[in-house]
Design a protein around this ligand. Structure first.
Ligand code: A2P
Length: 336
């Protein structure tokens, strides 16, 4: 039988890719509803060669829907996900609204798929894009050698901020190349030809919310509150694909060669690691438009006896959001 699906936020950067990934992976869709705000109700979208009309979320009756993929921001999820769940829909939510609730599983499909089965509220949370790619790469290492501490600096693309941020990078770049002023509207300062050490909001401990997500989500997904995570989130002028310089300390010594061997067979991971020009993944050469998490620059930390360094790159809109959400939908549907 086929699954009735709703995509909430279907006109956004992630929602659009959710539709693309559902089609690519031939998800067994029965009826498909694409939902957004009343601003875009009536607009037409394309799905698998057919045209579908965007419906207004506020006027939508979710009964009869089996699975809903939400990516319309935290406040929309907070209001509508419980309503959908009450109508019997399994909600897979890409916002951070429910990620830290004890009765909502937070699931990376390659890392803790079993957690998706226990969903008392009918909601499964999709992790933050930066946590997602980091843990696809680190979970196999953690299982083998127990990670005690993670130091990570991210190099995050603008697509993670949404469609308006993609436009802002394009417009600022064009303006500056034409000797005009760059207007900063989405980001607090110019993003074109710049880097910004700021994602989300500042919190009391000096870290930003995007940095704290890496701490909280890593512990919840790996089921280990003892892991120390120290993150610096940086926005860079890249359209698609987040990169991360990840430095870990393990309880048991793991050589770079052993880590490489482990990652070569890890699900969802592709190792690109040759010490030559271009022998490493980048957003543009490897990740953009692709599903795997690419790992390179695997080396032993010369400053720590049980330290390893890696470079982790993935398409934040695909594996970091849409692809994992669709993988979770597959999991739910296959186990019904
Ligand atoms: P809309 O296009 O109607 O504004 P992005 O993250 O790329 O900016 O996309 C956000 C997505 O969330 C869009 O599809 C947007 O729809 C949707 N959205 C935003 N606010 C609401 C709302 N109040 N109700 C329903 N959908 C919303």
């Amino acid at each position: 039988t086929s699954c009735n699906v709703a995509v909430v936020g279907a006109t956004g950067a992630v929602g659009e890719t959710m539709l693309k990934v559902l089609a690519e992976r031939k998800f067994p869709i029965g009826r498909l509803h694409v939902l957004a705000s009343e601003r875009s109700a009536g607009e037409k979208l394309e799905f698998g060669g057919k045209t579908i009309v965007v419906e207004d979320l506020a006027k939508f009756d979710p009964s009869g829907v089996d699975i809903a993929l939400f990516s319309a921001g935290g406040s929309v999820s907070k209001e509508y996900a419980p309503k959908f769940a009450a109508a019997g829909v399994v909600v897979i939510d890409n916002s951070s609204a429910f990620r830290y609730d004890d009765d909502v599983p937070l699931v990376v499909s390659e890392v803790n798929p079993e957690a998706a089965r226990n969903r008392p509220r009918g909601i499964i949370a999709n992790p933050n894009c930066s946590t997602m790619q980091m843990l696809v790469a680190l979970a196999p290492i953690h299982r083998k050698a127990k990670i005690e501490r993670i130091n990570v600096a991210t190099y995050q693309s603008v697509s993670g901020t949404g469609r308006r941020a993609l436009e802002e990078l394009g417009k600022q770049t064009a303006a500056l190349l034409n000797f005009q002023q760059a207007k900063a509207e989405v980001y607090p300062v110019q993003i074109a030809f710049n880097v910004i050490p700021h994602g989300g909001d500042f919190t009391d401990n000096g870290y930003t919310t995007e940095e704290m997500k890496l701490v909280w989500e890593t512990r919840k997904i790996l089921g280990d509150d003892s892991i120390g995570v120290n993150a610096t989130v940086v926005r860079v002028p890249v359209f698609y694909g987040h990169s991360e310089a990840v430095h870990i300390e393990t309880r048991d010594k793991l050589s770079a060669a052993d880590a490489r061997a482990l990652l070569e067979t890890a699900p969802g991971v592709e190792v690109v690691d040759e010490p030559v020009n271009g022998g490493y993944p980048t957003p543009v050469t490897h990740a953009s438009g692709q599903d795997p998490v690419f790992v390179g620059r695997i080396r032993e930390d010369i400053s720590h006896p049980r330290g390893l360094s890696l470079w982790v790159v993935s398409d934040n809109i695909r594996k970091g959001a849409a692809t994992n959400a669709v993988q979770l939908a597959e999991l739910v549907w296959n186990e019904r």
